[in-house]
Design a protein around this ligand. Structure first.
Ligand SMILES: [Zn+2]
Length: 258
């Protein structure tokens, strides 16, 4: 009878050891899976940052192009205004020629004086137009040099954009490759765990933010920083089953405080 009892005790102890090592192994696998998932998140963030930088470059390029287009439009408008004034001025020249012809054919002094006045008015208007044309020429010159300057800047920016974007694309590709490798690594690690344990992890992940498997140190859940009940803390050290924080519902495991 005593022998049977001894055998049973030995068997229970053995079984407990097996269970302990099994649960410990499962928890370690979950921690590894979680570690790889966090690494995937970090790489994803880098990929998103690269995409963000590419988007800002595109936006800045579009803004700069729009500014140069608008400056070119200003220049075109100035040139158009100059051409219109030039035509007007030529029309006045013709009018003066015609009035001078009329002047030669006048009969009376009154008529003569009236045509002289007419010519004088036209010359005045023509002179005003020529002044405006001179002003426009100056504006055209300065706008032309501004446009050229901005075009040069734009070309330099486009070149630097292309170089940066090529770098971003290459970097993005290598990050994407890293994600693929990490996903494969996660699959391999997860395949070592019980399907049920992985299902539990997935379920907990849906309920919590951040890490789903956390250590309990000195009876404090490191996920939510709240105390766990003494009985649960004792049970946790048995390492016989997966246990959960009663506050944040994360999977918890006992970790010796150093
Ligand atoms: Zn907690």
């Amino acid at each position: 009878m005593v022998m049977v009892y001894c055998e049973l005790t030995r068997y229970t102890q053995l079984l407990r050891k097996v269970v302990m090592s099994d649960i410990l192994e499962q928890i370690n696998i979950l921690i590894d899976v979680q570690g790889v998932e966090m690494e995937i998140l970090r790489v994803d963030r880098r990929i998103n940052a690269l995409n963000g930088e590419t988007d800002s470059l595109d936006k800045e390029l579009a803004d700069r192009e729009a500014r140069v287009t608008s400056d070119r439009q200003v220049l075109d408008d100035l040139k158009k205004a100059y051409r219109e004034l030039d035509l007007e001025s030529k029309e006045y020249v013709e009018s003066i020629t015609k009035s001078n012809e009329k002047l030669r054919a006048v009969k009376t002094n009154k008529e003569y004086q009236s045509i002289l006045k007419e010519i004088e008015d036209i010359i005045k208007k023509k002179s005003e137009i020529e002044d405006r044309m001179l002003e426009l020429l100056e504006e055209i010159d300065s706008t032309e040099s501004t446009v050229k300057e901005k075009e040069t800047e734009l070309h330099a920016f486009i070149e630097s954009c292309c170089e940066k974007k090529e770098m971003f694309v290459a970097n993005g590709k290598s990050q994407q490759k890293a994600v693929t490798l990490l996903i494969e690594k996660k699959k391999q690690i997860a395949s070592k765990a019980d399907a049920k344990t992985i299902a539990i992890l997935e379920d907990v992940k849906k309920k919590v933010r951040g890490t789903a498997v956390v250590p309990v140190q000195g009876a404090i859940c490191t996920g939510c920083h709240l105390n766990i009940p003494a009985q649960l803390y004792n049970e946790l050290q048995r390492l016989d089953e997966l246990r959960f924080c009663p506050h944040c519902h994360r999977i918890i495991y006992w970790q010796e405080t150093k």
